[in-house]
Design a binder for this molecule. Structure first.
Ligand code: MN
Length: 415
């Protein structure tokens, strides 16, 4: 990373009360691939895979890496600790965060597991919508405020960097949400994340909520405001960028948009928006753009699915021009139908078409472009599977190669 992130990044240099947009500054990328992403069906990862992904996500340039939910299991706590030690211990490494409910044992587990990191963060949360308070937590609003004050303050005794999230913020009574934000800031929260937990918001609603808290909460100009959006209505990225226009400076997101239910905001889409539409989003950020595709491909090898072919930025068809008119235009001038180049987001240029006539070197070259450097023996094994597949399939796509990295399950094991 080119610069370090202070515990509290100066944001919103103008007073929120002067009615103007915040000045351009820095957008912090908070990656939750290994926490919210990992807790969705088909996305379970074990220690070594998480560590491998964490190295890659750090290389991608994220500012904060949420490594897991320490209290959830011994395995989770151990894996956060390994990531904190092996990925997060250098001075320019990302902040390493653990999620924690607003409970003493959770916060203590989060503090223990992130302790080896140079810059640890405790991310604690409590539901604040009346629905969640009554149906899930069975506590009153007053009890919730007390719990927030006590647990955020406890977290601050372990860590100078504390993020608080009022879960289901977008369905929380606005007046109560203002109180919640005040209490969390007074107790020492340095980042305030207002999640659209159920993916219900429209962009203007989500932006309006942030404008409202910036207008009404004293001291909010001294903390980082954060967005956390879910894609239940396909609006996670739209809501995230609307919130940035309302003063948010941290976006929570995941590689390939994985996450609970329909997923979180997609990291690669947000990064590509900030680069391609700099005219509207003149912010600095640390994402290494040509690592987007290799990161997406690596995640596909760690979980049970890859990006859909029509997924923006990293899908197999994201830069494929099939229609004759489009092909003609792109050959004449790529700008006719491309708003960014495949190379800019790390998609290998397709100078090599892999098929049954391809050799070991061509296969090795493409695998390296995809971020996989194999040993001699591994390459032999993958090449053998490659030639078998090439006998059955005319063109071998990148996703086929990724699948070849994992041996197919033995049929006998299924019988
Ligand atoms: Mn979430």
């Amino acid at each position: 990373m080119s610069e370090s992130v202070p515990d509290v990044t100066p944001v919103n240099p103008r007073s929120p009360r002067d009615g103007k947009q915040p000045q351009p500054g820095r957008i912090l990328f908070f990656d939750t691939t290994l926490r919210d992403g990992e807790q969705s069906p088909g996305c379970v990862m074990y220690g070594p895979e998480k560590l491998r992904m964490a190295h890659q996500i750090a290389a991608l340039g994220v500012d904060i890496l949420e490594a897991g939910f320490a209290i959830a299991s011994e395995g989770d706590a151990e894996s956060i600790r390994n990531i904190a030690r092996e990925v997060g211990s250098s001075a320019n490494a990302p902040v390493i965060a653990s999620l924690a409910r607003a409970k003493r044992e959770d916060i203590e587990a989060a503090a223990r597991s992130t302790e080896p990191a140079a810059r640890p963060r405790i991310h604690t949360f409590l539901s604040t919508s009346d629905l969640h308070l009554a149906a899930k937590l069975k506590i009153t609003r007053a009890q919730a405020l007390d719990q927030i004050a006590e647990m955020v303050a406890l977290a601050r005794t372990y860590c100078g960097d504390v993020e608080f999230s009022p879960e289901d913020a977008t369905r929380t009574d606005p007046d109560f949400l203002v109180r919640v934000c005040e209490v969390a800031i007074q107790a020492g929260a340095t980042t305030l994340n207002l999640p659209d937990t159920v993916g219900y918001c429209l962009p203007q609603d989500y932006a309006g909520m942030f404008r409202m808290v910036r207008e009404r909460v004293p001291g909010i100009e001294n903390i980082v405001l954060s967005a956390h959006c879910h894609d239940d209505l396909g609006l996670a990225v739209a809501n995230s960028i609307a919130s940035i226009q309302a003063g948010v400076r941290q976006v929570e997101c995941a590689v390939n948009g994985i996450g609970e239910r329909a997923g979180n905001a997609s990291l690669e889409e947000l990064a590509a928006i900030f680069v391609t539409r700099r005219d509207q989003f003149p912010f600095r950020h640390n994402i290494v753009m040509n690592q987007l595709y290799p990161t997406s491909q690596m995640l596909a090898t760690c979980i049970s699915f890859g990006a859909a072919p029509n997924k923006a930025i990293v899908g197999a068809n994201a830069f494929a021009h099939a229609a004759g008119i489009h092909q003609h235009g792109v050959i004449a001038n790529p700008l006719t139908y491309e708003i960014m180049t495949p190379e800019s987001v790390g998609v290998p240029h397709n100078s090599l078409v892999l098929g049954k006539h391809s050799g070991r070197r061509a296969l090795e070259h493409r695998l390296i472009e995809l971020g996989h450097r194999l040993s001699h023996a591994e390459l032999d094994a993958v090449y053998h599977r490659f030639t078998e597949l090439a006998d059955r399939k005319k063109t071998i796509y990148d996703q086929d190669l990724i699948r070849l990295l994992k041996p197919e399950p033995k049929v006998s094991a299924l019988a």
